[in-house]
Design a protein around this ligand. Structure first.
Ligand SMILES: [Fe+2]
Length: 358
């Protein structure tokens, strides 16, 4: 069980500098040793938190027919490009898995977006929480990362300029219980092991346990549920920018423990992503990367922009099978996560992620 905790909030101005140094150390140790952090002190009240989870629950339990007007087109569309719901239970992506999500973009290109009726009266409140996660919690994470890299915080924060990412979003998501047959077909995996491709992924800690993280010891470990805390994963964009000093969090969603196996697992996820046209090259100005010899690009052959790496990920880039503890029989098991990979040969960056576990 993993439980690194980072308390990001402080009002003690006199001690702020010392506290930030301490937090930066915790940040470094948590992400390099445990692979993620649990954040408290985020200043989202319990009342607001519960209300947001109610919105999420209500959206994820909508009647499938009522959901239809908010679904995206199934194919040929960037699912993250709209404020949209998309049921996935009959898609190629998930086959027998019942996964659903509802994206809420920070920068929606469609001004008159229609939303489920139960959300409409509360859109301002939802937006306020989204912006808090982005402009407060995430900003503090960037400040700590900047301290670790010995770089100006403004330089890191500037990579996430408001309005410059077309995919930055918060997402309601649900995983429905599976039949024993579907569980066996999926190797007990709702979502196979992977790394998110953005900067930070910030998750409202869900009461149904299913999240596991690949620990540096090479073992997948459960993430402890701590009520009213945020779970933060490190994304591949930041791994590229930090030359692999920080490795992206390899995580997966598995069948919940027996006493929760029949529950719908819902959660709120906020994905921070650099500007669409931002080149994910190394932070050359970081003295610490130079001193530690982490000043070489992980993939010398290609530098993707944020928008490009999203497209590459959608087609299989960096999607190797990392669930080594759940052997796959190609004649029996489904693996829709990697179906249609066109970048299977492009594994150089992934190699940098996995070498720590070799
Ligand atoms: Fe993920």
């Amino acid at each position: 069980m993993l439980r690194p905790v980072l308390v990001v909030e402080t009002t003690r101005r006199k001690k702020r500098r010392d506290l930030r140094k301490k937090l930066a150390r915790q940040f470094y140790e948590a992400f390099t040793q445990e692979g993620f952090v649990t954040v408290s002190g985020h200043v989202i009240s319990k009342e607001t938190w519960d209300q947001q989870m109610d919105f999420c629950n209500a959206t994820m339990t909508m009647d499938p027919k009522a959901n239809v007007p908010f679904e995206s087109r199934r194919r040929g569309t960037n699912r993250a490009s709209t404020w949209v719901s998309r049921r996935l239970e009959d898609s190629v992506f998930t086959k027998n898995l019942k996964i659903d999500f509802y994206n809420m973009l920070y920068q929606d290109s469609k001004a008159d977006r229609k939303h489920p009726p139960h959300l409409v009266p509360y859109l301002d409140e939802i937006r306020k929480v989204m912006l808090h996660v982005r402009d407060d919690t995430q900003k503090k994470l960037f400040i700590l990362l900047a301290m670790c890299l010995e770089m100006p915080a403004d330089e890191l924060i500037a990579t996430h300029a408001p309005g410059q990412s077309s995919s930055e979003c918060c997402r309601y998501m649900s995983y429905a219980p599976l039949t024993p047959e579907a569980t066996a077909k999926a190797r007990g995996l709702f979502m196979p092991a992977h790394a998110d491709w953005g900067a930070f992924s910030i998750l409202f800690s869900p009461p149904v346990s299913a999240l596991q993280i690949l620990h540096k010891s090479g073992v997948f470990k459960w993430v402890e549920y701590k009520p009213y805390t945020l779970i933060v994963n490190f994304g591949q964009a930041l791994e590229l920018l930090t030359g692999g000093l920080f490795l992206a969090t390899i995580h997966r969603v598995v069948t919940p423990p027996k006493d929760q196996v029949d529950y719908l697992r819902v959660g709120i996820y906020c994905f921070s992503r650099p500007d669409d046209d931002f080149a994910l090259a190394l932070f050359h100005d970081s003295p610490i990367l130079k001193r530690l010899g982490k000043d070489k690009p992980l993939d010398p052959n290609v530098t993707y922009s944020t928008a490009e790496i999203l497209e590459a990920k959608k087609h299989g880039y960096l999607k190797s099978d990392l669930d080594f503890d759940k052997p796959k029989d190609n004649n029996f098991h489904d693996d829709p996560f990697r179906q249609g990979d066109r970048f299977a040969a492009t594994q150089k960056v992934l190699a940098s992620i996995t070498k720590a576990f070799a």
